[in-house]
Write a new protein. Sequence first.
Length: 150
Amino acid sequence: MKIWIDADACPRVIKDILFRASERTRTEVKVVANSSLWVPRSPLVEFVLVGKGLDVADTHIATECAAGDIVVTADIPLAALIVTKGAHALNPRGELYTPENIAERLSVRNFLQGMRDAGESTGGPPAFHDRDKQKFANALDALLRKAGRG
């Protein structure tokens, strides 16, 4: 089992939680981005620099991850691909995407994207709070325990 981070839009505080969890549970982490990012020096953490372009990091993660892996992403289309592969898709706010909820999340995302494409202002995501960080940490710990790593 590996942890994959869709790192371009992942908050630093969430990456730090993931790096600590990696050391604690001896779980390999792949940090995927299309620009250079800091990662700790650890034999468990690998930075994967992909080419520039729309969805290049997402495509890499979707292609390389395996059933049972954990993928941390806020990208709902990527999460949908991850769920169909039997991997766990967890967003940085601690919401686990599942076969039961991903279709609805994708539908809402597509609806809002259509509104934005038509010139409507849909606002951005809410501010990231400590409760989001705690919810993420709890969800990650639950996934790691379920996999026998916690």
